[in-house]
Design a protein around this ligand. Sequence first.
Ligand SMILES: NC(=O)C1=CN([C@@H]2O[C@H](COP(=O)(O)OP(=O)(O)OC[C@H]3O[C@@H](n4cnc5c(N)ncnc54)[C@H](OP(=O)(O)O)[C@@H]3O)[C@@H](O)[C@H]2O)C=CC1
Ligand SMILES: O=C([O-])CC(=O)C(=O)O
Length: 272
Amino acid sequence: MKRVGLLGCGAIGTEIAHAIDSGKISAKLTHIYDFSKENSKKLVDSLTAKPIITENVGLLAASPVDMIIEAASQDAVRDDILTILQNRKDVMIMSVGALLDESILDIVLDGCEHFNKKVYLPSGAIVGLDGIRAVQDELDSVTLVTTKHPKALKGAKFFESYKIDPDNITSPTVLYQGSAQEAVRLFPANINVAALLSLAGLGSQKTQVKIVADPKTDKNTHEIQAEGKFGKFAIKVENVPSPSNPKTSRLATLAAIECLKKICGTSLNIGT
Ligand SMILES: NC(=O)C1=CN([C@@H]2O[C@H](COP(=O)(O)OP(=O)(O)OC[C@H]3O[C@@H](n4cnc5c(N)ncnc54)[C@H](OP(=O)(O)O)[C@@H]3O)[C@@H](O)[C@H]2O)C=CC1
Ligand SMILES: O=C([O-])CC(=O)C(=O)O
């Protein structure tokens, strides 16, 4: 049975830990780390099989686990991915936006090759990545329109440079239109899905993103349109937000759990 370490004990990490604890995933959660000691302790208290809380990420990386699940932040990927790979652990990454920085992607790819390790990127809060991957050589355009409630976008770097107060948005407002590359920088906790689309398809400059703040929505909606020599497709996902983090959709957590089930060998491999 795989031994798992968890980096990040927030909305996604907590649900994954519970899925392991309940036996839904055939794995053992043995070590966890989070900046927030309170989050780590709360998680341990809620689990039957109690993992060890490590004092820092270095100790998590060095702990006797087979893989580490990152469910923390893009900064965590930037700062810690090399240490994790150097400690010869496979990694599942949720904060995929960090990989649109080419130097980080190079570290990941070189690290995987050098240490013979694997990095898994679950499909997160979108569906259709199988299709994007299949047609990647025939794509002319990929666009993503993401609509969330302003409270789900609050705290994004975007608001430091653009003088818009999310609390004062009273009608649907386009906040951002441009490349996926810039979108993940300005909204690091909101649009990792754009990084997934970029990596699977046309890359981060050609993948176009629009972010809309809609005070009347209670969903995190992602609309994907892809066109090319193969034809075209459009996908709309209307996600229920996680109760503990409105930025994050429930589907992202469920996709991570499904990905982990597959890695741990407990489910059929269905789809591409
Ligand atoms: N791929 C996808 O489709 C999706 C990806 N995500 C991404 O997944 C990640 C986890 O999401 P979610 O669980 O909702 O986030 P939460 O904010 O609920 O939880 C993240 C936890 O990790 C902690 N943390 C952040 N950075 C670090 C670090 N460098 N080292 C240790 N702990 C850290 C946070 O502590 P503190 O609060 O003190 O910073 C917090 O307790 C986020 O980056 C999110 O953007 C989310 C949805 C979809
Ligand atoms: O969960 C979502 O709807 C999308 C999200 O936050 C992300 O991609 O970072």
